[in-house]
Write a protein that binds this ligand. Structure first.
Ligand SMILES: Cc1cc2nc3c(=O)[nH]c(=O)nc-3n(C[C@H](O)[C@H](O)[C@H](O)COP(=O)(O)O)c2cc1C
Length: 225
């Protein structure tokens, strides 16, 4: 797979096959993704990788925590989104919801169905491997951006192995449980998780392609004509 196909074929995969990922591949992805650029080469990413029994135990703990509750009320340590959304972001997020829940056959007014889908984040959508991405809490926006570069590199490299991924900021809401579980030092803050596995491409959650704004909505060219 070339780099163009890797970029084009990546999706936020929201259901994975019951198929393990070779541990050497996981290690290789984590190492290779660290070739990502970072300002001043600070390499601000901190990664915790889980599979097998530890992953099952963490999922069990989180399932007990969210049982009968709405995890969207759990606060992350950073604002995942601004409190109110404005255009064009509001429409884009709404459209994303329409696509995802539409594909799953969850009606707009089906609050229980939406909550059930949200809770699948905390099963890692059945993925056999989960990464947590953390950062030193004293670092700033520049270094947070570098985390994005690391995660992007990891997701495209995963495509090279035929793997799928889902970046998951929802996991930031579980920072207390995750932090205690992986013994995260107090100076670090949880940014997000990344689910890794072989995607179930027949599953309706993976059955749509997210749209993108047209070029002129986000880029202005100077001197190209
Ligand atoms: C940092 C980050 C966090 C995300 N968190 C979640 C999440 O918690 N749950 C989820 O289902 N999707 C999550 N997504 C996936 C986005 O919704 C998805 O990337 C977007 O809708 C575009 O779709 P695509 O990735 O399939 O192209 C996240 C994406 C990013 C980059």
């Amino acid at each position: 797979m070339d780099v163009f196909e890797a970029v084009d074929s990546r999706i936020a995969c929201r259901w994975f096959l019951d198929k393990p990922v070779d541990a050497t591949i996981v290690r290789d992805l984590i190492v290779r993704a660290a070739r990502a650029a970072s300002g001043g080469n600070l390499q601000s990413w901190q990664v915790y990788a889980l599979t097998g029994a530890p992953l099952a135990e963490l999922k069990r703990q989180v399932a007990a925590h969210i049982d009968g509750r709405d995890p969207r009320h759990d606060e992350a340590e950073y604002p995942i989104y601004p409190q109110t959304m404005w255009q064009p972001y509001k429409s884009r997020r709404d459209e994303h919801g329409v696509q995802l829940y539409g594909a799953l056959g969850v009606a707009r007014d089906d609050a229980a169905g939406r909550l059930a889908q949200y809770k699948r984040n905390f099963e890692f959508f059945n993925a056999p491997v989960a990464l947590f991405i953390a950062i030193d809490r004293k670092l700033g926006p520049g270094q947070w951006a570098d985390l994005g570069g690391y995660i992007a590199a990891l997701m495209y490299l995963a495509r090279g192995y035929g793997l799928d991924t889902c970046p998951q900021e929802s996991w930031a809401r579980m920072h207390r449980i995750v932090g205690a579980f992986v013994d995260m030092p107090p100076e670090q803050m949880l940014f997000c998780a990344v689910a890794i596995g072989y995607g179930d491409h027949a599953h309706p959650a993976n059955g749509f392609r997210s749209p993108r704004a047209p070029l002129d909505a986000f880029c202005r060219f100077f001197g190209f004509e």
